[in-house]
Design a protein around this ligand. Sequence first.
Ligand code: PLP
Length: 385
Amino acid sequence: MTTYLDYAATAPLRPEVAAAMAEVLSTPLGNPTGSHPPAQRARRLLEEAREGVAAFLGRDPGEVVFTSGGTESANLAVLGVAETTLREHGEAVVLCSAVEHPAVRESARAAAQTGVDLRELPVDERGVLDAEALARTLSSRTTLVAVMTANNETGVIEPVAEVAEAVRRRAPQAHVFTDAVQAAPFLDLAEVTAGADLVSVSAHKVGGPVGAGALGVSPVVKLLARQHGGGQERERRSGTQDVAGAVGLATALRLAAAERDTSTTRVAALRDRLRDGLLGVTEGAHRTVPAGVPVLPGHLHLCVPGVEREELLVALGAEGVCASGGSSCASGALEPSHVLAAMGVAPGLAAGAVRFTLGYGTTDADVDRALAVVPAVVAALRRRA
Ligand code: PLP
């Protein structure tokens, strides 16, 4: 029996998405740039999907660039904006929150290698962006401010509207990019990211396919393409589009939007039951994010002293409970979390950090099972230590 509590890593493919993609793939599909009927069909499906994604983001269809996922969207946003400015003005200054996903962080570091001035914006002990530090750092030289909508490790929701407002006031020439990959399953991005100029989403975090995503780009943004070729996606991302992937993304977002209110209440209640149950019986365990801080409904991040997180995750996995340490590199190895370090969590505590993330398919039975397994596994590991 598998109790899947790792939705923030990747959510199971929604059956409706699989069906929509199967239908797209089951009849001849041409290249969307062509003129014959199969090409016209591909183009129609692609543009319908674009309208769906645009509606979800609260943007015009022309602002949607289809990509291969959250990582590519972040690279396109950060490097695309920074390089344009560097070319046109001879300098570019990028401000990046200290808790960004590696997709954003490493894109910003890559930009720094090309001469972009990169500054890190600190967060407080809750993981929330330090608004005063932002205000102090913004200037007439600022090019781009990257602040995620919600954090992948802790689920902490960042004040994107306030950030956008501060940027408009103090650095009106600058653009705001928000990585909304984790927020998309639960938050109304049309509202929450309305002040941002660039916003990224990824299908597989919402119950869509891996390998599909999008970047919303306001018309005011000048963006240098990262991928050159036939000029698709209005010269912003060349390459024949993945029509089935785009349909999968649009379908997953439509379902997430339709169930947003009920899902938020339902999932938050399950998460709270899991949290209270685990904290009640797991000695020394505590919430990484203090009570009262706005967090995504599906996220539960705990620090469990006296256990090593990789050992804990493997032992939980052996019992069929799938959780995560929150941060990992491509090899799957757990690395020290820059997010927890930025929040000032002591390394000893961070060593026992575990993230449970719930989503659209999580049930009461999943929570019951986790409540039965996790405390027993922690106790067994502590006895062995
Ligand atoms: N941004 C955030 C906040 C994420 O959680 C992830 C995935 O872990 C990404 C970006 C990268 O998305 P993708 O896996 O689609 O490349």
